[in-house]
Write a protein that binds this ligand. Sequence first.
Ligand SMILES: Nc1ncnc2c1ncn2[C@@H]1O[C@H](COP(=O)(O)OP(=O)(O)O)[C@@H](O)[C@H]1O
Ligand SMILES: O=c1ccn([C@@H]2O[C@H](COP(=O)(O)O)[C@@H](O)[C@H]2O)c(=O)[nH]1
Length: 211
Amino acid sequence: MSVSPIFIGIAGASASGKSLLAGTIYEELRNTIGGHSIAIIKEDSYYQEQSDLTFEERTAINYDHPNAFDHDLLIDHIDQLHQGREVDIPIYDYTVHNRSEEKRPLSPVPVIIIEGILILHDKAIRKRLDAKVFMDTPLDVCLLRRLRRDISERGRTVDSVIEQYKRTVRPMFLEFIEPTKQFADIIVPRGGKNRVAIEMIKARILQMLAN
Ligand SMILES: Nc1ncnc2c1ncn2[C@@H]1O[C@H](COP(=O)(O)OP(=O)(O)O)[C@@H](O)[C@H]1O
Ligand SMILES: O=c1ccn([C@@H]2O[C@H](COP(=O)(O)O)[C@@H](O)[C@H]2O)c(=O)[nH]1
């Protein structure tokens, strides 16, 4: 019998703790429901393919605007998984601002967490989510965390993180990301280590699985 997954969406500013929250729920639920029962999809995997542009051109792109994403492909993958079909998820390489050659096959599993800055922006995605979470971490905290993460993990410099923050990250957060908080079922203050929020989301997932 094929599985029709439950989809949980986690949105919020860059470096607000979406990945940490998703990863924590994943690790802790694996122990309860099994490793083959839960998976994470990153919205970042669906940044537009742009091999036709030079590295300099790709560096100048606004990666915080909804148009930077191929949400149609993400919606198609959610629907395929819903119908019990395996999908090939693109793998994104931040250091070169492009999709890599490889893809990650994902079979339908009972619980799929989808996390990304604009995951609550499109109505078509929202209506496919069974629970919607928004990380409400203060922007100055996000900037400090992003600075450290992007330098150590995404090949950035202090100057490039600050320049991009002023040019796109902050303005697009205010224009497109923060307004999606209204669509959330659960708003998580402070970030990915909020223990009460983690327990509540896990309990809700287990309840949905039982029904
Ligand atoms: N509550 C927290 N306390 C300390 N560091 C955190 C906390 N939440 C996230 N981080 C760190 O901040 C960085 C950004 O978090 P991440 O989960 O990658 O954010 P997002 O997925 O929203 O971009 C990571 O290095 C992560 O380990
Ligand atoms: O090529 C790229 C693609 C994305 N970004 C930045 O990444 C964040 C979204 O990822 P988080 O894990 O939520 O931080 C977004 O703010 C983009 O600015 C990039 O710099 N380069």
